[in-house]
Design a protein around this ligand. Structure first.
Ligand SMILES: *Cc1c(COP(=O)(O)O)cnc(C)c1O
Length: 432
């Protein structure tokens, strides 16, 4: 019935997550509510960690791309699982620091890190800064030298791959705002510039080709180009790269029609391709890093809403309105991302009511799904939207002055609050 193993149905016909009744979660914590299954998150961390280590050895590591879902608890889980993290802002860095994350396993990204950001990352002991461009390289070398520190870096390279995915989330193409293109010669130029920096040590290269990718081909293509470039670097400078970071991007199932993905199998397939390439090009096998975000947390999460008005525009559409919407999940409004929806307290009833799920904002575009078929709900019923663990809480806003929902983690048949519900007082905290 459900596309994720952590979801089920109990004897009352109620939906469960991690074995816990969603109706009782809604009673205990209120709605809207994000619920996440901790075991799913931990299992995904282990799948990546073991597959990468088996393929490339001890230095190889998944880095959880924390823009997918960032709060103190997720950094504690990442630390306990022994994986690294990818940070994209000083806010994420601050959160990881406050959670006690071992910062030597943190990689700091971004196409426009300010001088203050760079200083903060050196002060915080961030292991690796992924340098985006020459301007940033110069600034970082100056700041590291002023601070009397030597900083490890990777360089962000654009291999020029179109991963056949959604335009708005393609980042590996040449005209992207991220990184240095190989074809223009700028990538080789920044490698040489980095090698000449006294306060920076070049540990490897990074590329990220896009998101919601379902097969290995785009990763194989990117790896071919990157290993070719690593061979060129060896030829021109004599330097071999320790790390090759292939970025994130493996897809997840949001709806039945999406194919299931075996991440470990894909990692093994990409590894055999990379090993053959390294042999062919005469370079040593790099320690490969990957930066999964969505595929670590998305499947673990659901959002629970209380149904309000159910409205039929005779001859046109049916609207089911909920007590949340684009402030807690802007992805349908932004990208028309598909979601699976269930009337969580009526799983024993037939799903035959085709409707549009509307949020509560004063905005016609505030929809969560269109043309989904669910058991007919009435006011007061519980609606569940699944696969909301990634890019929901992290993209949430206070639009219409709606407080952000809490995040509740499910663990061993019990639940605990990872992020508390925002109060109205929180909303006016910074107002003067
Ligand atoms: C967004 C992003 C990721 C994570 O992508 P997912 O699709 O969530 O796996 C990893 N690395 C970088 C550099 C990113 O920008």
């Amino acid at each position: 019935m459900f596309i994720h193993a952590c979801l089920g149905k109990n004897e009352k016909g109620h939906m469960t997550i991690g074995g816990v009744d969603t109706v009782s979660l809604a009673e205990q914590y209120g709605t809207p509510l994000y619920a996440m299954d901790e075991a799913t998150i931990r299992e995904n961390c282990r799948i990546y960690k073991e597959a990468l280590r088996d393929a490339y050895g001890e230095d190889s590591l998944p880095l959880y791309a924390s823009k997918a879902f960032s709060c103190k608890q997720i950094y504690r889980i990442a630390a306990e699982e022994g994986i690294g993290i990818d940070l994209v802002s000083p806010g994420e860095m601050y959160t990881a620091l406050k959670a006690g994350f071992p910062m030597e396993k943190a990689f700091f990204h971004g196409n426009n890190k300010t001088d203050a950001d760079l200083r903060m990352s050196i002060e915080s002991g961030v292991g690796y800064i992924v340098v985006d461009n020459t301007d940033e390289l110069t600034a970082l070398e100056r700041i590291a030298s002023e601070m009397g520190k030597v900083q490890k870096i990777l360089l962000r390279i654009t291999p020029g791959i179109d991963p056949h995915t959604h335009q708005k989330i393609i980042t590996g193409n040449v005209d992207s705002k991220f990184g240095n293109a190989i074809v223009t010669g700028q990538a080789m130029a920044i490698v040489k510039a980095a090698l000449a920096c006294e306060n920076l040590t070049l540990e490897g290269l990074h590329c990220h080709i896009g998101s919601q990718i379902f097969d290995c081909d785009p990763f194989d293509d990117a790896a071919s180009i990157m290993i070719g470039f690593i061979a060129d670097i060896k030829k021109e400078t004599g330097k071999e790269m320790h790390f090759l970071n292939l970025g994130g991007g493996f897809g997840v199932r949001y709806v039945e029609e999406h194919e299931p993905i075996d991440y470990a199998k894909n990692i093994r397939a990409i590894a055999s391709h990379i090993k053959a390439l390294c042999e062919e090009k005469g370079v040593h096998l790099p320690a490969v890093l990957m930066e999964p975000g969505r595929s670590i947390v998305a499947a673990s999460g659901i959002t629970l809403y209380t149904v309000g008005s159910v409205k039929e525009i005779v001859g046109f559409k049916k609207y089911v309105s909920i007590d949340g919407g684009m402030p807690d999940n802007p992805r349908y409004a932004l990208y028309q991302s598909p979601y699976s929806v269930y009337t969580a307290n009526r799983l024993n009833e037939k799903a035959e009511y085709t409707c549009t799920i509307a949020g509560r904002c004063c905005e016609s575009g505030d929809l969560i799904a269109e043309d989904v078929t669910i058991a007919k709900p009435v006011r007061g019923d519980l609606l569940a939207v699944t696969t909301t663990g990634a890019y929901n809480y992290s993209m949430a806003s206070n639009y219409n002055r709606i407080p952000r929902p809490p995040v509740v983690m499910i663990q061993d048949g019990d639940s605990y609050v990872a992020v508390a519900r925002e109060s109205y007082e929180d909303l006016i905290r910074n107002d003067r």
